[in-house]
Each structure stands twice: as C-alpha cells, then as structure tokens.
Design a protein around this ligand. Structure first.
Ligand code: F6R
Length: 367
C-alpha cells in the first residue's frame, strides 16, 4: 500500500507530480487556451455578480484559501475574504445572496466547515466546494464544486491535497479573470502554460532536493523552535510549512509574513533560532534580502528556499534549497514541497509517528 515508501506521508509527497497533474486533467487545455470547469461555467453569473467571495476552511485548507485570496483578487479582481470556519460560524457574520462562498476541505467532513456552510446557505449564499473526498458531506451540501482528484490522502498531515487545492484555486482564478476581462489573453496564455509545467517542476524539486533536505533535517533534530517567513504568495506557504513541522515533529513553529518580524518575533532571534525563508526571485525579493540581513545580524540560522542560481540570499544563508522558477502565483506549490520533506525528515529522525501524530485525526468531525 505504501508502494515501498516508509510512510504514507512520504509516498503522498512523492505523488504530487501525478496528483497535481490529475487535478488539472481534462480542465487545463493548454493547446486550446481553455480552462474547462463545469462547476464554474454553469454558475458563471453567480461569480460575475458576486459582491465578494468568502473562502471558508480550517487548517491546511485555510492556508490554501489564503493563497486563493491572492490569486482571485489579483487575476479576477473580485474581493475575497478568508475565514476560519470555527470563527465564521459563531460571530454572526454578514452574508447575503450576493455572496459566493468557497469551502475548501480535503475530507469533506470537517464539522466546523460544515456548520459554517449551513449558516451561509441559510442566508442565501451560493456555495462552491473544493473537496478531495468524492461524495463527502461537504461536497453534498454545496451548490456546485470541483473535486481536487488528488487521490486518497492517508497521512494525517496534508500534503498532496494542499497542492491540489492550490491547483484548483489557480484554475478558478484564471478562468474567472479571463471571463470577466481582468486577465488579458496573452497573460492568460502564459500563465496556463506555466501552470501546466508545475508537475514537472515538482518532480524536479523532489529529485534535486530530497537528499539535501534529509541532510539539513539531521541538523535540526534537537531544535525547540522554528520560524517560517515568506512574503506575498509565500506568506501562506510559510504558515503551512510551520504547521507541517509542528504537527508531526512536535517542534514549536510559527509562520509569519517576513515584514511582520520587526513587530515582535525578531525579539526571539538568536543563534539557536532556525528560520526558514521562502525567497523565490519573483515576489518582493529585495525586501526579503533585507529581512535576511536583519536575521543574520542577530545570528539566526537561515534555511533559504530560493530559485536556482540565486546569489544574494544564498550567500547569507546557512542552508540553501534551490527550486526552479515559476510565476509568483504558483511558487507556493513548488516551494511547499521541500518544506513538506523537511518536516517529514525532522519528524522521522525524532522517532515520531509521522502518519498518525499524537492528538490529531485525519478528519475532524467534532468541533
Ligand atoms: C494539517 C491538516 C489539518 C486539516 C484540517 C482541515 O496537515 O491536515 O489542518 O487541513 O483539519 O481538514 P479538511 O481539509 O479535511 O477540512
């Protein structure tokens, strides 16, 4: 069942070139210059007339939602809010029949997400689901949706479902942007070509960084804290990297937008603080360079995820993980992969039960 891998999590990390491809299969038709998504197309008026889109989710799926916000606002220019399902359902939110709600859930059974959707539905919102498990409870109460088709995810820590969610959100954002005229044809064509190349880039990352990340992990087995920093699209990727580490290795980790460091977390930095920085070339690179300088001035240990051929951040960093370049908006899909591996190997070397971490369940059906 684990196809020779030691854990489901590792198997699922390595499945991502295929799972992301499966998510796009039949939807992304590069040669025809088309994104086919019946769920969106059949309700295009709902999306076009939406006052705003509210994305509702928990955990890793909520992180995907944050990236979805950046994508949809950038390319479709529709206002987006991202809410934790547990907060949304209990805060008497303002929802109208002009709102479109997008629910993101791997399992399709998360109790808080389900309850939040019921509330939104009662108030007349249109509900769109992004679920992995076919015919799950959430998939059944939505008005329309797109399955992620990542295949069964057994490891409790979500990996391939996350990259599949990002893929679907990318498709939705580009399709809506193309349709409502906010994304010109030339840009649309180049973005879909980039998206189509993502599975190959994930494959590349897996083969070129696997051993390196394993070695890096060995140096951090006894770490007690970690900071993960990123900006723009990679800020949510930093949150997700930190969540992966804490849930399976039990090392305390926090993700932050890099610029927020000076508003508090910088006080934590000394020679004992490992800091993972996501710093691809496209996306506030110069700003990240100064963040790294600030960290190095305080002797923090920097593990940088950069594009191949990078010099500025690399020269200052203690560890460098190189990934291929892609459009800024898709970079979290590629950058997340070495961070999954890093969390995985640190947890393995600490002797943790990677596939079934303590206190966690694969689907959280109680609130
Ligand atoms: C983290 C993880 C959880 C889930 C969260 C939502 O690796 O798996 O944070 O993402 O419990 O679950 P779903 O997506 O099934 O609604």
């Amino acid at each position: 069942e684990k196809s020779g891998y030691e854990h489901f999590m590792l198997k699922e990390i390595f499945e991502q070139p295929k799972s992301v491809h499966d998510t796009m299969r039949g939807r992304l038709l590069v040669d025809e210059g088309v994104i086919k998504m019946a769920g969106i197309w059949d309700h295009i008026e709902k999306f076009k007339n939406a006052n705003r889109i509210i994305i509702i989710a928990c955990g890793t799926s909520w992180h995907a939602g944050l990236i979805g916000e950046y994508l949809i606002e950038e390319y479709a220019r529709i206002p987006v809010e991202v809410e934790y399902a547990s907060e949304f359902r209990y805060r008497n939110p303002i929802i109208t029949d002009k709102d479109v709600v997008i629910a993101i859930s791997q399992s399709g059974e998360t109790a808080d997400t389900m309850a939040a959707l019921k509330l939104a539905k009662e108030k007349g919102a249109f509900i769109y689901g992004i679920c992995n498990v076919v015919d799950s409870s959430i998939a059944r109460i939505t008005d329309a949706g797109s399955y992620t088709h990542a295949g069964p995810e057994i490891g409790v820590a979500s990996t391939k479902a996350f990259t599949a969610q990002l893929t679907i959100l990318s498709l939705i954002a580009l399709k809506l942007g193309k349709h409502n005229g906010n994304l010109g044809n030339a840009d649309f064509m180049s973005l879909i070509a980039e998206l189509d190349a993502i599975p190959k880039k994930i494959e590349d990352v897996l083969s070129s960084t696997h051993e390196l990340v394993q070695n890096i992990a060995k140096d951090f087995v006894d770490a007690t804290n970690f900071l993960y920093l990123g900006r723009g699209y990679n800020y949510p990727a930093a949150l997700e990297g930190a969540l992966k580490l804490k849930e399976i290795s039990y090392i305390h980790a926090e993700g932050y937008p890099a610029a927020e460091m000076k508003h508090g977390p910088i006080a934590l930095i000394d020679e004992n603080m490992p800091i993972v920085i996501i710093a691809p070339k496209k996306g506030h690179y110069d700003k990240i360079v100064s963040n790294v300088q600030e960290i190095k001035a305080r002797k923090g240990k920097v593990i940088a995820v950069v594009n191949r051929g990078d010099t500025q951040v690399s020269e200052m960093s203690d560890y460098v993980i190189e990934i291929p370049e892609t459009s800024e908006c898709f970079s979290p899909i590629v950058a997340s992969v070495p961070l999954q591996l890093l969390a995985y190997y640190i947890a393995v070397y600490r002797g943790a039960n990677v596939d079934q971490p303590r206190n966690l369940a694969k689907s959280v059906t109680v609130e």
